[in-house]
Design a protein around this ligand. Structure first.
Ligand code: DX5
Ligand code: ZN
Length: 219
């Protein structure tokens, strides 16, 4: 899948895990193509979520053209990228802060046949995006670890800066994205929009998906 199209990427973190595949499929049936999977290890961030087994189960239950966007909030991601690639990830995004071996890990992701993404926490400056070859730049617009946090508006300048640095690269934003904040991120140069609670906790997740997609120019 070309990464240069605009996508709303629902985060399964806020989905109903007792019926994960059908909850995700309801949104995919509406034209959504990218699903965001938040892997947390209890070390890089306090919560623990899920690992490659759940990614693999999701892969098997979704159509082939679903793009699984795996966001690794784990220490030493270089030890685990092969497992997530084998589980069916299409893209794997690692935190700049999580390893001294960023460039090596990005290469390992590519060697495993996946798109390589790099993500920074709100307190990390954007310069690191110029140091390695990446397919996607992810800018956290909350501190990583939990869904449902308020959008950090001070990250808009970082989005603008990264757009200047990387005019042709997919820029994803993650955290507190809704109708209004999504539109602000789009105006600043973002092209992929993670939305967890704004979709899966909405009274009508399908309507919420379409509203956000329209607000950010993804449909
Ligand atoms: C937070 C995760 C996000 C999370 C976003 O660390 O990376 O992907 O699901 O949730 P919302 O959209 O509710 O802020
Ligand atoms: Zn995420």
């Amino acid at each position: 899948m070309p990464l240069n199209e605009r996508h709303v990427t629902p985060s399964i973190l806020s989905a109903d895990f007792s019926r994960l595949s059908s909850h995700v499929r309801e949104i995919m049936d509406e034209g959504c193509r990218v699903i965001h999977c938040d892997v947390m290890d209890g070390h890089f961030v306090p919560p623990i979520t899920f690992g490659p087994m759940v990614v693999s189960a999701l892969r098997e239950s979704l159509p082939d053209d679903a793009y699984l966007d795996v966001h690794l909030m784990i220490e030493s991601p270089e030890k685990h990228v092969a497992e997530f690639a084998k589980a069916g990830a299409d893209g794997i995004t690692i935190h700049f802060e999580a390893t001294p071996h960023v460039d090596y890990t990005l290469s390992a992701i590519r060697d495993a046949g996946c798109k390589a993404g790099l993500v920074v926490c709100p307190g990390t400056p954007p310069d690191c995006f110029a140091q390695s070859e990446i397919d996607l730049a992810l800018i956290m617009t909350v501190n990583p670890g939990w869904g449902g946090q308020p959008f950090l508006r001070n990250q808009l300048a970082k989005i603008r800066r990264v757009r200047e640095m990387l005019p042709d690269t997919a820029i994803e934003v993650d955290g507190g994205v809704n109708l209004e904040t999504g539109a602000e991120c789009a105006e600043a140069g973002a092209t992929w929009f993670v939305a967890g609670s704004a979709i899966f906790k909405a009274d009508d997740p399908i309507a919420a998906y379409h509203e956000i997609a329209r607000a950010v120019g993804a449909e």
